[in-house]
Design a protein around this ligand. Structure first.
Ligand code: ZN
Length: 427
């Protein structure tokens, strides 16, 4: 006689199967309750897992290596990413937005905030009720969000796991040259250079018609003249490979605005003393829309002291708004303890989407920079546009609407004629 399984057992097996498959389907990759324990390698692995789980909207691109040979990576997110990123007109086919985090080593919550944003946005793309305020399936038809979740992986690992986290002899030699051994308190990379003092800084002097280098010209009290856990700007601008990679990336696309996450103080920095009024007006507007969501206060106007910030570079080279958002209250301990991750995330979950909303309402500006007949970016004012064009040996074409990616034939002919005139003024 065949022994039959009791019905109750069969039902229990079926129930268990449903339970397991449901929990597998909803299992998330980024777990904020473990935020404190993740290494830079874990963060990179998470990014790769998100790419394999959501391949039609997420693409990971390695954009460089840190001093200790750890990958610096960008996460690109848009609909049908693998088709559209190969298009010649990718730069204007959809608008581009940049979110950056992890520049300062001990500000460890932000890379995880950004990773969780990526996961939540991907989930909402397929399941619209996941983020009730936005429809990612629609957003990602219009925009490409570029996330740089962890731009100082060596520092991130050093503050969490100490010297043993260094994997190359070159990395160890660099760290041992730094006299400051208070590793958990590091903002710098392992060479003792504060990356957010290492960006080139210059402005255009309209009277003299020249670009003026003001890197480390006007200092504030936060300055170190030697490699240290914080505030040492480096031997020269962009001396650090991490900074070079981010700079190249910033200039590779026509980003409409930028978000840079730091910690701490629950404040938003927006003003640039050397930038034109329209820049500060737009940046303040962006800061206000973000503040309305995360509740952080706006900074005072920039004193002009202190130098080499990522915002100095982007504002002078692209004139597109960048705001620096300082997550976490001023009293918090850094690197960030586990219990603060969730609240910091909840406050900032929507911020990139708010920045996109703000950028979309502005539209394209009339003065467009073309280098070798290819569109680079647009400017609000002709004088500044010309100053940038002179720097890149490009030309400015006036227009409305979405800029054509490649200059049309007549315009090419026209600009070749102008070029000839420049060299042979008598024709
Ligand atoms: Zn910072």
């Amino acid at each position: 006689m065949i022994k039959r399984k009791p019905l109750i057992l069969t039902l229990m097996t079926v129930f268990l199967f449903i339970l397991i498959s449901k929990s597998l389907a909803s299992a998330t990759i980024v777990d904020l309750s473990k935020g404190e324990f993740y290494s830079s390698a874990d963060v990179y692995q998470m990014a790769l897992k998100l790419e394999s789980k959501y391949p039609s909207i997420i693409h990971i691109e390695v954009i460089g290596q840190s001093v200790d040979q750890k990958p610096l990576f960008a996460v690109l997110m848009t609909k049908d990413i693998d088709d559209v990123r190969h298009r010649d007109d990718f730069n204007v086919y959809r608008q581009h937005y940049l979110v950056e985090a992890g520049t300062h080593a001990r500000e460890t919550v932000n890379p995880l905030i950004v990773m969780k944003q990526i996961e939540d946005y991907a989930m909402d793309y397929y399941q619209d009720e996941h983020i009730p305020e936005f429809h990612l399936s629609q957003e990602l038809e219009d925009v490409v969000i570029h996330f740089l979740p962890l731009t100082n992986p060596d520092g991130f690992d050093l503050v969490k796991f100490g010297k043993d986290s260094i994997q190359t002899q070159e990395g160890l030699t660099a760290l041992l040259r730094v006299d400051d051994h208070d590793y958990p308190n590091f903002k710098a990379g392992i060479t003792g250079v504060d990356h957010n003092r290492n960006y080139p800084q210059e402005y255009f002097d309209f009277e003299e018609n020249v670009w003026v280098d003001i890197w480390q010209t006007y200092l504030n009290q936060f300055y170190s003249d030697q490699p240290s856990g914080a505030f040492y700007p480096g031997p020269y601008p962009a001396s650090e490979p991490e900074v070079q990679a981010v700079m190249d990336y910033i200039l590779s696309y026509d980003f409409r605005n930028y978000i840079s996450f730091h910690s701490r103080g629950t404040i938003i920095y927006w003003h640039k003393y050397f930038a034109p009024d329209y820049y500060n007006h737009r940046t303040k507007d962006l800061a206000q829309s973000v503040s309305a969501v995360n509740g952080y206060k706006l900074s005072d106007q920039d004193s002009g002291k202190g130098s080499g910030y990522i915002s100095d570079f982007t504002s002078s080279q692209t004139l597109k708004p960048l705001i620096t958002i300082e997550t976490l209250p001023a009293w918090t301990e850094l690197p960030t303890p586990n219990h603060l991750y969730l609240d910091a995330y909840e406050k900032n979950r929507l911020i990139p989407l708010i920045a996109i909303q703000n950028g979309k309402k502005i539209g394209y500006h009339p003065y467009r920079l073309y280098v070798e007949y290819t569109y680079v970016r647009d400017f609000e004012d002709l004088l500044y546009a010309k100053a940038i064009a002179q720097k890149y040996d490009g030309e400015i074409i006036e227009g409305t609407g979405i800029p054509p990616m490649i200059l049309e034939k007549e315009k090419r002919a026209h600009s070749i004629y102008e070029l000839l005139l420049k060299y042979f003024p008598l024709i």
